[in-house]
Design a protein around this ligand. Structure first.
Ligand SMILES: CC(C)(COP(=O)(O)OP(=O)(O)OC[C@H]1O[C@@H](n2cnc3c(N)ncnc32)[C@H](O)[C@@H]1OP(=O)(O)O)[C@@H](O)C(=O)NCCC(=O)NCCS
Length: 189
């Protein structure tokens, strides 16, 4: 995709999370209330978050992709863009990272003829199940559509429900490493 297609500015957005049922545990009520309002910003606006994200990705995916933390941090530092790919978005509350997602040119060597890819969707375990992952996916979709990309792709070895709710459809099945995965597509057409 030509970088010139990325001319419009992508403004940070405030995403309202779905209301959360009150719990009898004051600790969990406080956590939900605190997580209620979040902002999604390009990683370029929070470069200090790279260290946290690199640690998260290492812990979550090192067993699968074998990447060292320094390599993950280096790759993230290549995503410090606001209007062009590769770009990473961070969900945060008062600059405290809650989760992130990236839009990359490539993410699956066997399908390098397809581009771009939603990758590295991650929400810290303390904040899961509150709509943050879905908000990140929708934010990335909005960015891609408003910047004139064609379809976006992702691969997942796990549940496809979150993505289906955001408008994604299964594109094909494949093997990545030793895993059976689904390749999904989001198209605005
Ligand atoms: C996937 C993930 C980002 C979801 O974040 P979240 O903030 O909890 O997402 P939401 O609250 O918007 O949605 C929750 C839904 O995600 C689903 N989900 C959990 N793990 C998932 C996964 N690995 N892939 C896809 N969906 C997943 C939950 O089952 C839930 O669906 P349900 O409401 O139908 O039960 C988070 O669980 C995570 O970081 N997991 C570890 C990293 C990962 O697996 N990333 C996806 C790689 S393809």
């Amino acid at each position: 995709m030509p970088e010139a297609a990325y001319e419009a500015r992508d403004q940070p957005s405030v995403a309202m999370l779905p209301s959360v049922a009150r719990s009898s545990s004051s600790v969990s009520v406080v956590r939900h209330l605190n997580a209620h309002l979040m902002t999604i910003s390009p990683l370029a606006d929070l470069p200090d978050a790279i260290e946290t994200l690199a640690q998260w990705f290492y812990d979550e995916w090192h067993a699968f992709d074998g990447r060292r933390m320094e390599n993950i941090a280096t790759q993230l530092s290549e995503n410090l863009n606001r209007d062009v790919m590769p770009i990473t978005f961070v969900a945060h509350r008062n600059r405290l990272p809650l989760g992130s997602v990236s839009l990359d040119r490539f993410d699956f060597p066997a399908f390098d003829y397809l581009s771009p890819w939603l990758s590295s969707l991650y929400v810290h375990p303390s904040f899961r199940g509150q709509g943050i992952g879905s908000s990140l996916v929708r934010h990335l979709q909005h960015f891609a559509v408003s910047h004139g990309t064609g379809p976006i792709y992702l691969w997942t070895p796990g549940s496809t429900r979150l993505y289906e709710r955001c408008g994604w459809v299964e594109f094909t099945s494949a093997t990545y490493g030793a895993q059976r995965v689904k390749v999904m597509q989001f198209s605005n057409e």
